[in-house]
Design a protein around this ligand. Structure first.
Ligand SMILES: [Zn+2]
Length: 294
């Protein structure tokens, strides 16, 4: 494995941060290298596996059989609407919605919702069952560039880290916002306490499906350069808490062999560590909103 390479975003030198394999799904034994750019801070996998689709086998979450089933799931995640509720009734685009939990909540709250989704099955479900306008493509940048439409909200809930050249997608998205429109980005926090401590064992590394990461500061710098102003950037929101507890629990379940000790760590220590890291500003997830100029 190379010890250094060039950053795909800015071209600067980048040294090997860590190497790991597909620990979450064990699709193959292949080793993947993640590098960190000394200039823009981007953490990136290199090379991107050619047969990336095979690593998505099994999916993250099954496609529901009905809109009622989706609504049942969505009811538990209404809190994700909070950062954009001031734009209620406006035009909202979600990039990478998968089964559309956030999109359905947004639609039910009164937004005019559209999505860009790469998976054909999820796209059919969203279009035919949920009644949302869908662009089915694995090239969201082109879909954004080809459209004239502008949005009050563009949201990427844990999809940015899966996209090829995500900085180009953000650049195109920034241009599709209405004046004072909002860009919402949620990604795993590569500067979280658990990423630092667990390294290659960090659950949210999710190699090789997660291609890119930014620290809160580096993401902010990137998006501010596109002309958007930071509204809020936090690592202690509810989703971050769920991500943190889940990853600590998974870590303890894997490495603590004595049942009762494992139970105590999973049940007690994991939530405490999650809260502690959030208090430090080093939570497992990063949720940010940025505003377009008025
Ligand atoms: Zn760079």
């Amino acid at each position: 494995m190379n010890q250094c390479t060039s950053c795909p975003c800015c071209g600067a030198d980048s040294s090997l941060w860590l190497s790991t394999n597909d620990r979450n799904r064990n699709i193959s034994d292949e080793e993947f290298g993640y590098y960190r750019c000394v200039n823009c801070g981007l953490v990136f996998i290199d090379p991107i596996p050619e047969a990336l689709a095979q690593y998505y086998e099994g999916g993250y979450q099954g496609i529901p059989e009905s809109i009622d089933q989706l609504r049942e799931l969505a009811a538990k995640e209404r809190y994700r609407l909070a950062p954009v509720l001031d734009k209620c009734g406006g035009d909202l685009l979600e990039i990478g919605p998968w089964i559309g939990i956030f999109s359905l909540n947004a639609k039910d709250a009164g937004f005019n919702v559209e999505v860009i989704e790469m998976n054909a099955g999820a796209s059919n479900f969203l279009r035919d069952i949920v009644g949302i306008k869908v662009t089915n493509t694995n090239d969201p940048r082109s879909a954004l560039i080809d459209s004239e439409k502008r949005y009050d909200v563009i949201a990427l809930w844990h999809s940015l880290e899966h996209l090829p050249k995500p900085w180009e997608v953000l650049e195109a998205a920034a241009k599709r916002l209405k004046p004072d429109g909002k860009l919402l980005i949620a990604i795993p926090n590569v500067d979280s306490l658990q990423a630092k401590l667990m390294q290659k064992y960090w659950w949210h590394l999710d190699a090789p499906r997660h291609l890119y990461f930014w620290s809160p500061n580096d993401l902010e710098r990137l998006v501010n350069r596109l002309g958007l102003v930071t509204e809020k950037l936090e690592t202690n929101d509810r989703l971050s808490d769920l991500l943190a507890v889940g990853a600590w629990q998974h870590f303890f379940e894997e490495f603590i062999k004595i049942k009762y000790i494992r139970g105590a760590f999973v049940g007690l220590v994991a939530p405490i560590l999650a809260k502690f890291s959030q208090k430090m500003g080093r939570g497992a997830g990063l949720t940010a909103t940025f505003r377009a100029p008025v």
